[in-house]
Ligand binder design. Sequence first.
Ligand SMILES: Cc1cc2nc3c(=O)[nH]c(=O)nc-3n(C[C@H](O)[C@H](O)[C@H](O)COP(=O)(O)OP(=O)(O)OC[C@H]3O[C@@H](n4cnc5c(N)ncnc54)[C@H](O)[C@@H]3O)c2cc1C
Length: 289
Amino acid sequence: MIKSKVISANGQKVILEDNTEITDFDYLFLCTGSRYDLDSLTINQSQSGEKAAKIIRGNEGADYIHAVNDIAKAKRFAVIGSGPVGIEILGELLEKYPKTETVLISADSTIMKRASPNSHEAFYKYLSKKKNLKMILGQRVTEIQGNKIKTDKGATIDADVIFVCTGFKPNTEYAVKGMPQFVDSKGYLKVNEYLQVGDYKTVFGLGDCIDADTEKLGQNILFSHVPKIIKTLQNIEMGEKPVAHKPETRQVLVSIGPKYGIMVTDKKVIAKGWLMGMLKKLLYIMDHV
Ligand SMILES: Cc1cc2nc3c(=O)[nH]c(=O)nc-3n(C[C@H](O)[C@H](O)[C@H](O)COP(=O)(O)OP(=O)(O)OC[C@H]3O[C@@H](n4cnc5c(N)ncnc54)[C@H](O)[C@@H]3O)c2cc1C
């Protein structure tokens, strides 16, 4: 095992950050995942006279730990993004801080855009009952200046703590360097139906960093990417035809606070209510024992 960052990779060569070159491999598996970052927003926190809001990246545990006091003292929260990460954070905030004004801002005009159309309504209906929540949908945040959030439709929203849940960015800078022709405009590795990267037969991409599967889920890796790649390797070694990868419908259980949840696919709402909230809690407990 080598603990290092890969700075360039392609089918012939992998280069580590200390410039070590690795060339003696038969197969290369690229599973570098994705991260949350704030690149998509213009953030100006140092303008004189502006009170700076605390900014938290949606899935960065460390950001929450550093903001515990700011969260407790906040008069207004803003959550940017209406995908599963934004909605789960929003649900927890509404439950724990029912008196704190909370604003959801999303460039999407629906909640959980990638899920089925009837689920958009189910999420909206549940959330619209929350008295301390204001929803601003269909407006893209362009800038955060001090504690002011500005949108492309001219709205300005003040907030003390801002949760940025605007989606992931693939960790593929090494591929941009080593094989830019096989990276799409969003930074995902371009894979074919056998999860082979670009024209390479011996380079595979799997997990969150590839352009297959609309919803990036650990389930895809476990139930689809890994078994298919293993089978394909066997087929290649035996001189047989590999197995094609087809994106499959997966169930996503989104909790809205500890007492409610909605289980959806991209085609329908499977179940909703307190039992789904309990199920999510149970899954969380099982994950942590
Ligand atoms: C809040 C949240 C809730 C989720 N809930 C669910 C759920 O309920 N069900 C579900 O199925 N999925 C869920 N997911 C999605 C799931 O976590 C991801 O799909 C999964 O973690 C992706 O795994 P991965 O191995 O592709 O990437 P990662 O887990 O991101 O791992 C990537 C690895 O590559 C390393 N790496 C990156 N770049 C380099 C480099 N240049 N050189 C060397 N190493 C590098 C990283 O350090 C890391 O170790 C959730 C995600 C989030 C954020």
